[in-house]
Design a protein around this ligand. Structure first.
Ligand code: ACO
Length: 314
C-alpha cells in the first residue's frame, strides 16, 4: 500500500463533509494515495513480494493476470509491463477489467487455466490508482476510494483444497451506475474542441449500486454455498469487497454470522476496488488468522456492474 494517508480530517478541509458522516455511512477513516506512482509500479512491487513469499522464480510463471480498472495505457497492458520487468520470459500476460470484482474474477480465471492444464504457476495481481480518476471536489466519491495493490500466486496441485467452486456474473444493463470514461469527453461549454473536463472522473450513483449489492451479493454467496453443499455456519471466513461497512453488516445479519467471521479493513484503506479482497487475505494470513482446512467465501461486486463469489479451502 502507498505510504501517503488521506484521512477524513483532511477531506473535511477539501469538501463539505465530516468525519462523523463518512464513518457512519461508509465505515472509512482513512485511505492511501499513490502520488506520482503508476499502476504498474504498485503492481510490480506487489507481484515481487508475492513471488518472494511463495518462493517462486518469475521464470517459472506461465501466466500473469493483472486485475485493474486504472491501467496506465491503452497498450501495453499493466500485466505486460510487469511481465517484462519481472523477466517472466515464458509467461502469457493480460489485464482483466472487472473493477471491484477484479480479484474474485481473477481467481476464477486462474483456477480455470490450472484446471484446463494450460498453466501451472500463475501470478494474479490487483492494482489500482483510483486517485487519478477521482474528482476531489465531489464529496460523494472522493471520500470512498483509495489506491493500492495486492498479489497472490496460484499453483497446480493434486491436493483437494484450493478453489472449490465459483459463481461469476455481470449485469451490463446497470453499467451507467459506475462510470469513468477512458478519454475526456467533449465539454460543449469549455473552450477548444476537446477540452479536458471533469467527465473523465469516476461518477457513481452510489445508492443504485448499493441497491444492486443487496441482491447480487447474497445471490453469489448462496450460489457457492449451494454448489459446495455447505451452509454459512460451516464457513470460517467471509472476505467481501470492502465497498461500505454497511454492506458487510447486511451480510452478517442476513446469514446470522458471528461478526468476527466477516473481515473488515475498509476503515484503513477505503474502497480499493479489485484490490480489497486480496488485501484482506494478505492481512489475515500475516496475522495468523488463516489455518489449513478452513473454508473461506470471497465475494466481489462493483463496476460493470460485475459480481461473483468463490469458495476456497486452504
Ligand atoms: N459527506 C456528507 N454528506 C454526503 C457525502 C459526504 N461525503 N456524500 C453524500 N452526501 C449526502 C448526499 O448529498 C445526500 O444528501 P441529500 O439527502 O441532502 O441529497 C445524503 O448524503 C445521502 O446521499 P446518498 O448517496 O443517498 O448516501 P448513501 O447512504 O447511499 O451513501 C455511498 C453513499 C456511501 C456511496 C453508498 O451509496 C455506497 O456505499 N454505495 C455502494 C458503493 C459500491 O458498492 N460501489 C461498488 C464498488 S466501486 C467500484 O466498482 C469501482
Amino acid at each position: 500500500m502507498p505510504d501517503r494517508k488521506l484521512t477524513n480530517e483532511m477531506l473535511e478541509r477539501m469538501v463539505d463533509t465530516n468525519d462523523e458522516w463518512i464513518v457512519k455511512r461508509t465505515g472509512i477513516r482513512e485511505r492511501r494515495i499513490a502520488q506520482n506512482t503508476a499502476t504498474w509500479e504498485l503492481a510490480l512491487e506487489a507481484g515481487k513480494r508475492a513471488l518472494t513469499d511463495a518462493g517462486l522464480d518469475a521464470a517459472a510463471l506461465d501466466l500473469i493476470i493483472v486485475g485493474t480498472a486504472t491501467p496506465d495505457f491503452f497498450t501495453p497492458s499493466v500485466s505486460c509491463i510487469v511481465q517484462g520487468k519481472l523477466g517472466a520470459e515464458k509467461a502469457m500476460a493480460f489485464d482483466l477489467s472487472a473493477a471491484c470484482s477484479g480479484f474474485v474474477y481473477c481467481v476464477d480465471v486462474a483456477d480455470s487455466f490450472i484446471r484446463a492444464g494450460k498453466a501451472k504457476n500463475i501470478l494474479v495481481i490487483c492494482a489500482e490508482t483510483l486517485s487519478r480518476i477521482i474528482d476531489y471536489t465531489d464529496r460523494s466519491t472522493c471520500v470512498i476510494f483509495g489506491d493500492g495493490a495486492a498479489a497472490a500466486v496460484f499453483q497446480a496441485s493434486d491436493a483437494d483444497d484450493g478453489v472449490l467452486t465459483t459463481y461469476m456474473r455481470a449485469n451490463g444493463t446497470l453499467g451507467e451506475c459506475l462510470k469513468a470514461p477512458i478519454l475526456p469527453e467533449e465539454d460543449p461549454l469549455a473552450p477548444g474542441p476537446r477540452a479536458v473536463c471533469d467527465h473523465r472522473f469516476l461518477k457513481m450513483a452510489g445508492s443504485d449500486v448499493f441497491r444492486f449489492t443487496a441482491t447480487a451479493v447474497p445471490e453469489a454467496i448462496d450460489a457457492v454455498l449451494h454448489q459446495a453443499n455447505m451452509t454459512a455456519d460451516q464457513i470460517d471466513w467471509f472476505v467481501l469487497h470492502q465497498a461500505n461497512v454497511r454492506i458487510l453488516h447486511m451480510i452478517t445479519t442476513r446469514y446470522g454470522l458471528n461478526p468476527d467471521k466477516v473481515y473488515v479493513n475498509i476503515d484503513r484503506y477505503g474502497n480499493t476496488s479489485g484490490v480489497s479482497v486480496a488485501l484482506c487475505l494478505d492481512e489475515m494470513r500475516k496475522a495468523g488468522k488463516l489455518q489449513p482446512g478452513q473454508h473461506i467465501v470471497i465475494c466481489g461486486f462493483g463496476g460493470g456492474l460485475t459480481y461473483g463469489a468463490a469458495l476456497i479451502r486452504i
